[in-house]
Structures are given as C-alpha cells and as structure tokens.
Design a protein around this ligand. Sequence first.
Ligand code: NAD
Length: 340
Amino acid sequence: MTSIITVGIIGVGRWGPNLLRNFASMEQVSVKTVCDIDPGRLKIIQQRFPSIAITHSPHDIFNDASIACVVICTPVSTHFALAEKALLSGKHAFVEKPLATSSDECMRLIDAAQRQGKVLFVGHTFKYNAGIRAAKKYIESGDLGDVYLIDANRTNLGPVRYDTNALWDLASHDISIFSYWLDGTPKAVSAHGGCYLNKNIEDVVYATFLYENGIIAHVHASWLNPRKIREITVVGTKKMLVWNDMNLLEPIRLYNRGIDKDEGYQDTFESFRLSIREGEVLIPSIKLNEPLLAECEHFIECVRTGARPLTDGEDGLMVVKALEAATRSLRHDSRLIPIL
Ligand SMILES: NC(=O)c1ccc[n+]([C@@H]2O[C@H](COP(=O)([O-])OP(=O)(O)OC[C@H]3O[C@@H](n4cnc5c(N)ncnc54)[C@H](O)[C@@H]3O)[C@@H](O)[C@H]2O)c1
C-alpha cells in the first residue's frame, strides 16, 4: 500500500484554492493545514473544507513534522522567504511561478533543495497542458518544418497586481512554453512596456526573445485589454500552428499554409517569385486534461520517487533570468539585452 503524503498550503487567494482542490482530490495525499494572512480567505476555506486546519502563521506548517510538502501560492515577492524556510525545515517545496524575484534567489533555493535532498518544483502549469504538449510533438516531429517565429498573446482585463508587472506575472508562462517547445533557452531580449494604471508597474509589455537559429519568440502580455486571449502562433517553413487555450475543445489548428519560393528561385530581384500555398486546416482531437491536476500529480510522483520534475528549480531559474533581462531592457530604452 502506498503511504499518504501530507501537504500544507500557504496562500489561498485567487489561485491557491485551485491547488487546494486538486491536492485534496488525490487519494494518496492529505492536505493537513492551510495558511493565509487574510482571515477572510481562511474563513471561506474552513467552510468548504471543515476537516483541514487553518492558520495565519506559516511557521505552524514549517514546524509540523508530519507535513512533508509545502505548496506556496502567495505573491511572488514572498516566494523566496517562504520557500527557503520550507526547504530548510526539511519539506519539499512546490512554488508558484515565477519562482522568485531574482536569479540569485532562485540559485539559493536550488542550492537549499540540493543540500536538503528535497524536491523544488515550480508551477509552470502550461507544461502540463495537453494542447501545449501536443503542439510540442508537432514541432519536434518536423511537421511544421523549421520554426521561423513564435507569436504569443496573453491578455485580459485584470487581475491587476501591485508587487509585480505584466511581464513577470504573465509572460513567465510564455517563456516557459517557448523554451519547452524549442528545447532551448532564450539568448537575448528586447522589451517595450507601458505603466498606465500604476507608476513603475508595466500593465502592458511587448517582449521579443531571440532563440538559437534566429528564431524570434514574441509575447504581448497585458492585464489592460478588453479581451481574454491565450493564443500562440508558430510559423514554420512548411506549416503553421495556432494554439488557443480559450477553445477548450479544439485548442490546436494546424494550417498547411505558407509562402513558397518558386522552383528555379535565385536570390536576385528579377527571379524573385513567391507563391501562396492555401492548404487544408487540421484540427487534431486532443484528450482534455486538467493541467493543474497533472502538475500536482507530477509533483507528488517526484516527491515519492525522487525523479527530477519537468518544472524544477533550474527551469524556474531559466525563466527568471529571461524576466530579469527583459526588465533591464524595459528600463534601458528597450535595448537588446543578452541572457547569460
Ligand atoms: N500557475 C498559474 O497558472 C497561476 C495562475 C494564477 C496565479 N499564479 C501564481 O499564484 C500566486 C498567487 O497568485 P494569486 O492570484 O492567488 O494572488 P492573490 O493575491 O489573489 O492571493 C495570494 C494570497 O496569499 C496570501 N498571502 C500573502 N502573503 C502571505 C504570507 N506571507 N503568508 C501567508 N499568506 C500570504 C494573501 O493574503 C492572499 O490570500 C502568484 O505567484 C501567481 O503568479 C499562478
């Protein structure tokens, strides 16, 4: 019989209850304690889950020897301190994205997890999304040909945050997806942004990441937009793919479309010929999953087996390095900043 793994959750604002629901639904997991500094949030949790203990102090979770894993779903500015304490208390740590506010903090967490022999896991949810996974297969199989570019739109009206900007809040997902699809890391970035609602907090960011082989990956991240859009287009030499997370039943469309160079093409003005290829559109059937459940299950599996998480501390660090460089670009006239 498999033993029960006991979990404590810190932060049950907008997103935390989703993590709570998923962990609580797992047979081999027991959510023992939920912590939040807001008594109103704790009251709601107590009404829905009367058997789960509530506390306003994270130390009640850190000091409880029966709790093996701590799930941290608080604002990003608090991730590092809470995750470090969790790891140093001998717990496995599941930390929401982005892992921390600097690459230095991420490296300290990676180091603490290694020294303690514990799992450090980051909530890059989209790597557990069935549509994103299917798209990766199309890209890797060569079906699209060579990738020219990727273009992402992640917009909505709110939620507005005060401790981070739209880049760190939203584009963190897209950097994680780009790197997963391309099996690489961004090499440089240039970003523009606008602070319309709050001083020094970008509500709208346009960031262009450069990957190997000249691939451009662009993201428009905004919480100041009338429409909720979660869409990414991949343009390849042979085909084009569009992933639309708002279309739950048909998240992927594969367009057998492109612009071909005519036979006999030579790189001179006189012989320049292009022809538009208007092929069919394939809508593959994709078995729906709840990405967050898949993510929580993978975390528990890693805790049980010691396997390396798909979204481990290094993955979190890669995303934060890209976010740091994009922030530097925002602060320096959109200059192209290398990502080291
Ligand atoms: N993976 C995803 O798809 C996804 C989606 C949404 C949010 N998130 C991430 O989840 C985290 C939380 O986002 P949210 O939208 O729920 O924010 P939120 O502000 O709605 O909720 C945060 C909660 O944490 C509590 N809190 C703050 N500091 C605390 C502390 N020191 N100890 C205990 N509780 C504390 C607050 O009272 C609040 O209830 C962020 O890191 C965000 O980036 C991830």
